[in-house]
Design a protein around this ligand. Structure first.
Ligand SMILES: [Zn+2]
Ligand SMILES: [Zn+2]
Length: 803
């Protein structure tokens, strides 16, 4: 083994030893410096681990390994989120029952994960479809239900006709199903919701305190979308009705010159007086939200022939119906202020509606003025400033009875029910007498039965609804005939609390061990993709707050630090199944070893920015590791005092690598390790400590190779002591200073010699001059010449200028 680097031999060997010696299994009860290093819950299907997962997981693992070497007890668990539409759709595609497929996927995925060499605690895996796990997912549902936070209501929901299921708002991207890109329809269905909106203010107000990537914080803030404003009612005399509008710009009420209703607004039914209006509405409701909102699209609309009264000045203003107003926005009606809103301006110009400026600033004859300024043409509001005086404006208008102050959130209640098979059954029983009753906790879990007809049926009901042996039951309260809920819960609920369960996988009688949670949580470092910044992070924050309110935990934010890694792409293109360019790491690991793959992935670019994968790139990294192997095995290792220049280089490398690893700048770490190697490679001998330090710096990136070299070349311990539990090297500032400078000596700008100058002597020009003139070579150049001047650049160049 010594002479040839054989990655598969080395990697298999050490993975076995680590597992036996429990190198990555902290004692959760006794650990003294706990550090919870968490990577985002994967949801693999049968293709299992792809290179993008590996990229994310290795990047997270490196940080965990570093913290372990810094002396922390690091807990780095892994598991899989195998319930839900992603796994289910895959099973449907290949015609297998999802329950059968899950076992196959799990085995494959865990085998792949073993091969990448991460420091996982394999005794504590979590799988969401394990009844021991979803028992507690159901238990959480019941707690929500008991607190009045899980409610059933009829509402228009997003329905994917292809997946035959409802989708939460977050699962609809640009009007399309996140999973299959089909245009989403609206359906009115009875559904279970979690009232996350009750927590909107709390979820929002904690954000500034979080140590998270800024873009993720912004995404969360926008999703919660708090806006303060007023609701104002506009009277419609002809219909003897009112139109309610929510506005965040009450300062522009006097500039309102028309109202616009969305085609779905409930008053539209009373306004269908002409064929023109009817046709317009018919066409508009058929369009998707994306089409209607498309930027640059010409605004269309139709005048209803009816007027409303602007309550601030009793002016009559026309009412239009236009598709650029969506029913989901506010009340589905807007007050249009063309002078100060770009879209309203376009519309007003096209349909010849009046434009009235009420904020002083630029002239509005060419375009809307959307900037700040003094309020004008607005009676009592004149002289106030937008936006600074918004509060005053609201107070004045409220006192006059024109509207009332309101806070709106973009955040909607969390839609929990799914009419699918592959999820935890919602633990509710319906009784004619008692209504909706929670399944008693002692009866949990409500097991998902193995059924043959697991395909979604598209009737707005789950396949479980065709199984009376599942749904017929007794009411837990009156013992009368009753039926079970047949919907299952959303997979985002499964992943909203998994990080808590990792700590307590062996506990059967409660959701988790309180004492261990107290010791290990909140999670110290959470690493995952920014694409989950809205959905998953928000739900897990909500669940954490809820558990705190139940008195089960003593913190309300689950993740102390969240780091968003970048995306791995393949030769310039995003990896996707439809393009057929998804890379699985297996063949690369088989050919080059996991260490090469790990280092290569981390060398592609800043971890936060992502990288571009090329098949051809692995060779180079493999060569680098081979050279380290050969060098470590051939260089003469000594215990003698290390050469000063070598000391300086290794101390500098330790300093810089530590700094870079703290900020997860892994590509620069590898560059610095290469630099050190290139510096050291020509040396015949090297201090044992120096090579030991170098191997430890490389250890988080190439854990197997460095373990082998460390054990065979460096360690003298009788009992096995892994390089990965070993101390991270430290540097000494005193070694970083250059002891000697190489000063270039020039005569009339031409290089004639170089001099070694002690660093303390380099300060003094006279001393440098004297030694330069003492050089035989320089002497010959200066002979018979008259010295005009001497220029000295400290520690670098001395130049003699002669006539
Ligand atoms: Zn779909
Ligand atoms: Zn009953």
């Amino acid at each position: 083994m010594k002479n040839k680097y054989n990655p598969s031999e080395v990697e298999t060997k050490w993975q076995k030893v680590w597992e036996e010696k429990k190198v990555y299994k902290p004692d959760l009860k006794k650990a003294e410096k706990p550090f919870y290093n968490l990577m985002m819950f994967p949801y693999p299907s049968a293709e299992g681990l792809h290179a993008g997962n590996m990229y994310a997981f290795v990047g997270a693992d490196i940080f965990g390994r570093y913290m372990r070497m810094k002396g922390h007890s690091v807990f780095e668990p892994i598991g899989l989120d195998g319930f839900g539409i992603h796994s289910e759709n895959y099973a449907l595609k290949i015609g297998k029952n999802p329950m059968d497929q899950a076992k196959i996927s799990q085995e494959n995925f865990y085998n792949q994960l073993h091969s990448i060499g991460n420091g996982y605690d394999w005794d504590r895996t979590v799988e969401t479809y394990d009844p021991n796990y979803y028992k507690w997912t159901q238990w959480l549902f019941i707690q929500m239900f008991k607190k009045g936070l899980a409610v059933k209501k009829k509402s228009p929901v997003n329905f994917c006709p292809s997946c035959k299921t409802v989708l939460a708002d977050e699962q609809v991207i640009d009007g399309k199903c996140e999973r299959c890109d089909t245009i989403v329809e609206k359906k009115d269905l009875e559904q279970w919701f979690f009232k996350i909106t009750d927590y909107a203010d709390r979820l929002l107000s904690n954000i500034p305190k979080l140590n998270w990537s800024e873009k993720v914080k912004i995404a969360q803030t926008n999703w919660i979308g708090k806006s303060e404003g007023m609701t104002v009612k506009f009277r419609v005399e002809k219909l003897k009705k009112e139109i309610e509008v929510f506005t965040t710009r009450p300062d522009t009420l006097y500039g309102t010159t028309f109202l616009v209703l969305s085609p779905e607004h409930r008053l539209v039914n009373f306004l269908l007086e002409s064929k023109e209006i009817k046709d317009y509405v018919d066409r508009a409701v058929k369009k998707s939200d994306i089409e209607r909102q498309a930027e640059g699209k010409e605004k269309t609309g139709v005048f209803t022939g009816v007027y409303a009264i602007n309550p601030v000045n009793n002016e009559e203003i026309p009412i239009y119906i236009a598709d650029y107003v969506l029913s989901s926005y506010g009340t589905g009606a807007i007050m249009a202020v063309p002078a100060h809103d770009t879209r309203d301006y376009e519309f007003a110009k096209k349909y010849n509606v009046g434009i009235k400026q009420v904020i002083a600033g630029e002239n509005v004859s060419k375009e809307a003025y959307v900037g700040h300024g003094k309020i004008i043409n607005s009676e009592d509001l004149n002289g106030l400033f937008y936006p600074k005086d918004k509060e005053k404006v609201i107070n004045i208008l409220s006192e006059k009875g024109i509207g009332k102050k309101e806070v709106h959130f973009h955040l909607r209640d969390w839609l929990i029910s799914r009419q699918r098979y592959w999820g935890p059954p919602i633990p509710i029983i319906y009784c004619q007498k008692c209504g909706a009753v929670a399944v008693p906790e002692k009866d949990l879990p409500v097991k998902l039965p193995y059924i043959e007809n697991y395909k979604p049926i598209g009737t707005g009901k789950s396949p479980l609804a065709t199984h009376p042996e599942f749904y017929n039951t007794k009411c837990p309260e009156c013992n009368g005939e009753a039926t079970r809920e047949t919907d299952v819960s959303d997979t985002f609920l499964d992943s909203a609390w998994y990080f808590l369960r990792y700590t307590s996988t062996e506990v059967k009688d409660k959701i988790f061990e309180k004492e261990i949670i107290k010791k290990w949580l909140p999670v110290d470092m959470y690493i995952g993709g920014a694409e989950h910044s809205v959905l998953h992070l928000l739900y897990s924050r909500f669940m954490t707050m809820f558990l705190k309110d139940l008195g089960l935990i003593n913190f309300e934010e689950p993740y102390k630090r969240f780091f968003a890694h970048g995306l791995l792409i393949k030769e310039g293109a995003k990896m996707s199944k439809s393009k057929g360019n998804v890379i699985t790491p297996d063949k690369y690991i088989a050919k080059f070893g996991a260490d090469t793959m790990r280092c290569y992935l981390m060398f592609l670019g800043q971890f936060s920015q992502g990288g571009d994968f090329y098949d051809t790139g692995l060779e180079g990294m493999n060569r680098f590791l081979k050279r380290i192997w050969v060098f470590s095995n051939s260089v003469l290792l000594t215990d003698k005092e290390e050469d000063r220049e070598v000391l300086r280089m290794i101390n500098k490398t330790i300093k810089e690598v530590s700094k870079d690893i703290e900020r997860l700048s892994y590509n620069t770490v590898i560059a610095k390790l290469m630099e050190f190697y290139n510096f050291a490679v020509d040396k015949k001998s090297l201090g044992k400590d120096t090579l030991g330090a170098f191997l430890r710096l490389l250890a988080p990136f190439a854990p197997h190779l460095t373990e082998e070299l460390y054990q065979s070349k460096i360690s003298s311990a009788k009992d096995f002591s892994s390089i990965h539990s070993n101390l991270w090297p430290s540097y000494e500032e005193k070694h970083l200073v250059l002891n000697e400078f190489l000063v270039v000596v020039q005569v009339n700008g031409k290089v004639r010699d170089t001099l070694k100058i002690k660093s303390k002597d380099s300060e003094d020009q006279k001393t440098v001059e004297r030694s330069a003139k003492g050089s035989k070579k320089i002497e010959s150049y200066l002979k018979d010449k008259k010295l005009i001047k001497t220029v000295y650049i400290k520690g670098k160049i001395i130049n003699f200028v002669t006539d």
